[in-house]
Design a protein around this ligand. Structure first.
Ligand code: FE
Length: 494
């Protein structure tokens, strides 16, 4: 299909020089009504889309080593009466404020950003910079910017001003981790069918402690329980069913010495062990049930899960897996990437048999893909439609995500909405239509970096007719660097 963002003709599906500019810092904060719109914003669309991601890829001109070390910037799109208002603000973390005041890098980043001054200025500096750049969610009356290795930051949902670190009414203590990947169980069996927010933290070590948290809609803690599992864990995401919280313990080695010695970031000391199996850990959500089940499967490396559900005596899990994962290396530039040399993320289905402990797996999608989503009313439930960022062509290799793919998991049918050659998509977010009856009756929103114009556009696609023309393209006046995760909230706040 054609799209107004894709204005170039190009023998390649993408232009690497254009792609790189999506990693330019965006030092400015904005607020304005979006007026450059192709198509029409649906009048019934009412609520706020929040997104998080690194806003700065340099500190005072000094490039950071990896985008995951970039200071978090929240973008908000407020929809009401067929109109949209945009606002963006940096999360005013303590480290961000200090570094902006000082005009230089003062902190080591987890992914290899080092302070100036070489080894002796970095050795034994183990303080993590809480950069609040990964996820954002509105829950319990609070807007929270999330970063998995430290506490959330609370922001005003209307102005996006930073209120400060939030300990969730005493649930967290200073320095506690809190994952950037919470799930909302739409109908919790332990709470008479009320929704609840489920999240976790990992304290890694020779054995790892996983703590599960479940919160009521008013923010009150409902359940918290901790479990020790053998081995070091690098766990970014998890997935839930009505009965279980499920974790993939990827096979990794962690050699902390280069980090302790100031030579590498902590994230650069994690080494993937592709020849070893992944452990899939099922922790019962019922705090009175302590029976953890562990399965072993050849999976590759998994960052993100799409969904999971219980089916007879099986647990079905859909996840994005990479056959191999290059280690983040010092002295390399993340922008000088050769996509062809990297394994793609691919969508796999794992079926855990609770009776005999076996795992069957099948690849559902070989095309390079990442950032899955689906109708939020089916989190942890059997579902049919999955939406995911994808390469526009199925080459079997890694490539920039330039399209949104819809998979019908029942029939295998696929629909693709491509923004190639100049559009680079972010995580899609599915917003159900009010009173929509079909599972795919909703809007699929994705923020696109348009390399030909060096600006970003929010696309609103039709969940039922994904390949059809976009319902609306909302052009921003500027670019937003490639982001990570976002969420939808039915409140408007302005
Ligand atoms: Fe993530």
């Amino acid at each position: 299909m054609t799209n107004t963002i894709a204005t170039q003709t190009n023998s390649q599906p993408y232009n690497l020089e254009e792609w790189k500019r999506g990693y330019d810092s965006q030092p400015n904060e904005y607020e304005y009504e979006i007026t450059e719109i192709e198509g029409k914003i649906p009048v019934e669309l009412s609520g706020t889309l929040f997104r998080n991601g690194p806003g700065l890829l340099d500190i005072a001109g000094e490039p950071i080593h990896h985008p995951f070390d970039g200071d978090g910037m929240i973008s908000a799109f407020y929809f009401k009466d067929g109109q949209a208002y945009f606002r963006s603000r940096f999360v005013q973390t303590e480290a961000f404020v200090k570094e902006q005041d000082a005009g230089q890098i003062l902190h080591r980043g987890v992914f290899g950003t080092q302070k100036p001054g070489g080894l002796f200025n970095n050795i034994f500096d183990l303080k993590l910079k809480n950069i609040a750049n990964t996820g954002v969610i509105y829950w319990g009356g609070k807007l929270l910017a999330l970063w998995e290795a430290a506490e959330p930051h609370r922001l005003d949902p209307q102005t996006l001003e930073t209120i400060g670190i939030d300990y969730l009414d005493g649930v967290l203590s200073p320095g506690d981790a809190f994952s950037a990947h919470p799930w909302i169980d739409p109908s919790c069996k332990f709470d008479d069918g009320a929704p609840c927010l489920v999240n976790f933290r990992v304290d890694p070590g020779l054995s790892s402690k996983i703590t599960l948290f479940e919160f009521a809609p008013d923010g009150q803690l409902l359940r918290r329980h901790a479990h020790s599992i053998p081995g070091f864990s690098f766990i970014h995401d998890f997935i839930i069913t009505p009965d279980y919280a499920i974790f993939f313990q990827n096979p990794v080695n962690f050699n902390p010495l280069p980090f302790l010695l100031g030579m590498r970031g902590a994230g650069e000391c994690v080494e993937f062990q592709p020849q070893k199996p992944t452990k899939v850990i099922l922790i019962p959500r019922d705090p009175n049930n302590q029976e953890i089940k562990t399965f072993r499967v050849e999976s590759g490396f998994v960052f993100h899960h799409a969904n999971a559900f219980e089916q007879n005596n099986c647990i079905v899990i859909d996840s994005i897996a990479y056959q191999s994962l290059p280690q983040v290396q010092p002295n390399t530039n993340y922008k000088e990437v050769n996509f062809d040399n990297l394994d793609p993320g691919q969508l796999w289905r794992f079926k855990l048999n609770l009776e005999d402990g076996t795992v069957a797996r099948e690849m559902l999608e070989s095309r390079c893909c990442e950032f899955p989503t689906h109708n939020p009313s089916l989190v942890g439930r059997e579902y049919r439609y999955l939406y995911i960022g994808a390469a526009p062509n199925d080459t079997g290799r890694n490539a920039p995500l330039q399209a949104i793919l819809k998979l019908d998991l029942e029939t295998g049918a696929r629909e693709l909405h491509s923004f190639a050659p100049s559009g680079y998509v972010s995580e899609p977010i599915f917003v159900p239509k009010p009173n929509g009856e079909e599972e795919d009756a909703g809007w699929v929103m994705t923020l696109i970096y348009d390399g030909s114009k060096h600006r970003s556009t929010l696309a609103i696609l039709d969940g039922e007719n994904l390949a059809g023309e976009a319902i609306a393209l909302l052009h921003l006046k500027h670019h937003i660097p490639y982001g990570l995760h976002g969420s939808w909230c039915d409140e408007v706040f302005s």
